[in-house]
Design a protein around this ligand. Structure first.
Ligand SMILES: NC(=O)c1ccc[n+]([C@@H]2O[C@H](COP(=O)([O-])OP(=O)(O)OC[C@H]3O[C@@H](n4cnc5c(N)ncnc54)[C@H](O)[C@@H]3O)[C@@H](O)[C@H]2O)c1
Length: 250
């Protein structure tokens, strides 16, 4: 990858205020893209991205955010659907309210953003969408019923969109992170009652014996978005310390 690969290109990154999205905004910026961060909060995205307030869980908010974006940019080349929320329980205990909230933000929110972005992306010669999915879409992880279902939907949405928009010249790919060292995970550790032991357990779950870093996920996302990868579409890249595929004898 060269630092000029995204020169002249414009990107939207959802959830750019924190964690993985922040790392993506920074890396795209370093590689020459003009970046807009759609988020509930600006977080730390300045100076890598221009903040546009957006709740992807609200149709009105998404419409307003794209209206604001249209005032600032006449083109869009790259869309990173990264904003998401979690939930920690089993199907037996999950309420309808939580199901609706998780699916509304993670799945319908992604679709809402794509619906607004695709007419703009269609005009680009370097159009790419990358969805932040999860290893929970392809592996059974305990206590993640609604979250896993939402990420499974994003995995298949990635394939459906890659097919539907092939002729439009829009490539659509996804990454599957395993547990990544972001503020999201820090919050989960805090809630666990024993953050040190819980962190050790999460590290041990990944064959490399450590959490993935947000910069490692960003490198994979930016690779998939990079216009030099003209033939890569409908692909999901696991960035998981070997969690999905490796079996290490104890
Ligand atoms: N951290 C992990 O272990 C991990 C693993 C697999 C997948 N993921 C996925 O990576 C993505 C980013 O996670 P992270 O760990 O960086 O989390 P994070 O909490 O550090 O950052 C998430 C960002 O998304 C924003 N956001 C949340 N809801 C939003 C909404 N409705 N509209 C707009 N913005 C919203 C937040 O304000 C925040 O800035 C999520 O989709 C998550 O499911 C994370």
């Amino acid at each position: 990858m060269s630092s000029k690969d995204f020169a002249g290109l414009t990107a939207i990154v959802t959830g750019a205020g924190s964690g993985i999205g922040l790392s993506v905004a920074k890396l795209l910026h370093q590689n020459g893209a003009k970046v807009f961060g759609f988020d509930l909060q600006a977080g730390e995205m300045n100076p890598y991205a221009t903040y546009i307030e957006c709740d992807i869980g609200s149709a009105t908010s998404v419409t307003n955010a794209f209206a604001q974006f249209a005032k600032l940019s006449s083109n869009l080349d790259v869309l990173i659907n990264n904003a998401g929320i979690g939930s920690l329980t089993t199907v037996e205990k999950e309420s309808d309210e939580v199901w609706e909230k998780v699916l509304n933000v993670n799945v319908i929110g992604t679709a809402r953003i794509c619906r607004a972005a695709i007419p703009l992306l269609r005009k680009s010669k370097s159009a790419a969408i990358v969805n932040t999915c999860s290893i929970a879409a392809v592996d059974g992880i305990p206590n993640r019923a609604a979250y896993s279902a939402s990420k499974g939907a994003i995995l298949t949405l990635t394939l459906a969109m890659a097919t539907d928009h092939l002729a439009d010249g829009i490539r659509v790919n996804a990454v599957n992170p395993a547990t990544t060292d972001t503020p999201w995970v820090a919050r989960l550790l805090e809630q666990s009652g024993n953050p040190a032991a819980q962190r050790q357990a999460l590290e041990a779950r990944q064959p490399m014996g450590r959490l993935v870093t947000p910069d490692e996920i960003a490198t994979a996302i930016v690779f998939l978005a990079n216009p030099v990868n003209k033939s890569v579409t409908g692909t999901t890249l696991n960035v998981d310390g070997g969690m999905h595929s490796l079996r290490i004898p104890k």
